[in-house]
Design a protein around this ligand. Structure first.
Ligand code: ADP
Length: 472
């Protein structure tokens, strides 16, 4: 078992603190400990980030770009070791961890370049003796709070644009997956990111969160996690009027039209549903299939689902690792039981294993009263419903407090465009089950969040706009 430390002002910190255990969800063995930090450490991290901001924000864009690029190179060199760490603390199959490392590092390479493209503006003045300019400046110290489902990507998606724009960060990774975060911060230091620019605090979420919310020096908060905690942080940000970005829950609908290419639709649903054993906020949660093709669609889907292997993420050939904890298993089971009680037909269920492993389940004959059709399941369950008309399918897809991702399968492009325009979602995959990529804006409508991550849109979240009027 290894001991890891927090990173505050370039120092391994928290040697004298009580510790928190980090488990491998595949076998519940304790693999490491991290310090249980609280208010004091959270404040120390802000002291460091605030101090480091004076220097880092003065680096030229090209200097920052070079340091960020070196960080990218080091992560690339260490990607296999990082992927191993991720599988050990999070459970996802090693091939997915490697995929996540590439995706996560994609944000770093994208923003290393984007650092050079923070353009201002000159605006024509009304009077001859005036000049009007718009400058872009970093917002300052950024608090970064991340979840356990993407231990690397949720950090780089926030930290890379923050650093590229000249901000410094204090990070609180999820208590289940702090080691990947600590290792990424260590590589940043090796890459030449000055001390205090990236700080990682582990420990009590509430105490750390409160310290950052109260601190006026923290000018921005960026959070990915549950809608419940997101709302809490949004309220808590009001007193110091922080800028906020929130990436919260989702409940992604999939519409499969009668003219869909069945193979594409089945592959898309599998991609969108089973990544990370169904534990992503853009996972397909409810599948609306045109009644004329539901039987053939379900048969093909079940054929493919049967092939998925559930097991330890380090075992070759595993497609689905364990769920993150017992609470997650209980929640998925509650959704399946509820659907069965309300008339759902379980057409496929793998024979359930011990521990946190959960075999895929396919349910047909579902209705809108079932919990799985309204709340995020965060597990490998596919509920299928049928529809008669396009209008009804869109209406049901939009009938949610969430608006993160939606998917549609049709071979008719005109129809596809009309449908995507009506979907009240921030991300839409048309015949595509894996739309996320570093150069595109990721984020939700409605209660799925605020702001966007990725692409040039993600950079704006870390910049202030300063208007300057000059009288000659
Ligand atoms: P999940 O249910 O997926 O674990 P959470 O929203 O509980 O999602 O967690 C996402 C992140 O938010 C984690 O890093 C967690 O520690 C943190 N968190 C949870 N509660 C609070 C809180 N009250 N204040 C600040 N951060 C919190």
């Amino acid at each position: 078992m290894q001991t890891y430390y927090m990173k505050i002002n370039g120092q391994d910190s928290g040697h004298d603190l009580p510790t928190l255990e980090v488990n491998n969800p595949a076998n519940m063995e304790v693999i490491a400990t991290v310090p249980k930090g609280g208010k004091t450490e959270a404040k120390q991290a802000v002291d460091a980030a605030s101090d480091a901001f004076k220097n880092w924000s003065q680096f030229s864009a090209y200097e920052r770009s070079e340091v960020i690029r070196t960080w990218f190179n080091l992560i690339h060199e260490h990607r296999e070791e990082l992927a191993q760490t991720m599988t050990l603390e999070q459970g996802k199959p090693l091939k997915e961890s490697l995929g996540e490392m590439n995706y996560a590092n994609g944000f770093i390479s994208w923003y290393a370049e984007e650092a050079k493209r923070v353009y201002g503006e000159q605006i024509p003045a009304t009077q001859r003796d005036k000049r009007l300019f718009v400058h872009k400046q970093p917002v300052g110290v950024v608090a970064v709070i991340t979840p356990w489902n993407f231990p690397a990507a949720m950090i780089t998606r926030k930290v890379a644009p923050a650093l590229a724009s000249g901000c410094t960060v204090v990070i609180k990774p999820a208590e289940q997956t702090p080691i990947t975060a600590i290792k990424l911060a260590a590589l940043a230091e090796e890459a030449g990111v000055p001390k205090g620019v990236i700080n990682v605090v582990t420990g009590d979420p509430k105490a750390i969160g409160e310290a950052w919310l109260e601190d006026d020096r923290v000018r921005k908060l960026t959070f990915t996690g549950s809608t419940e905690v997101g709302k809490l942080l949004m309220k808590g940000s009001a007193d110091t009027v922080k800028k906020i970005s929130l990436e919260l829950g989702g409940h992604a609908p999939v519409i499969v039209m009668d003219d869909a290419d069945l193979e594409k639709a089945v592959a898309g649903v599998i991609d969108a549903k089973f990544r990370n054993a169904g534990q992503t906020c853009v996972c397909s949660n409810r599948i609306y299939v045109h009644e004329s093709i539901v039987e053939s669609f379900t048969d093909r889907l079940v054929e493919e689902v049967k092939k998925l292997k559930v097991g330890d993420g380090l075992t070759e050939g595993t497609d689905l690792g364990p769920l993150i904890d017992e609470k997650a298993v209980a929640k998925v089971q509650r959704h399946v039981d509820d659907a069965a009680e309300k008339g759902g037909q379980i057409v496929y269920q793998g024979s359930q294993q011990e521990g946190l492993f959960y075999e895929p389940v396919v349910i047909t004959n579902t209705n809108d009263e079932m919990i799985c059709m309204k709340e995020e399941t965060f597990g490998p369950v596919v509920p299928i419903a049928t529809f008669k008309t396009e209008e009804k399918a869109i209406e049901r897809a939009n009938d949610s407090i969430y608006g993160l991702a939606a998917y549609c399968f049709t071979e008719n492009l005109t129809r596809g465009i009309k449908i995507i325009e009506q979907l009240e979602y921030g991300i839409v995959g048309l015949n595509d089950g894996l739309p996320s990529t570093p150069q595109a804006p990721f984020g939700g409508f409605k209660q799925s969040g605020l702001g966007r991550e990725g692409g040039h849109h993600g950079m704006d979240e870390y910049l202030e706009t300063k208007y300057v009027s000059v009288r000659l």
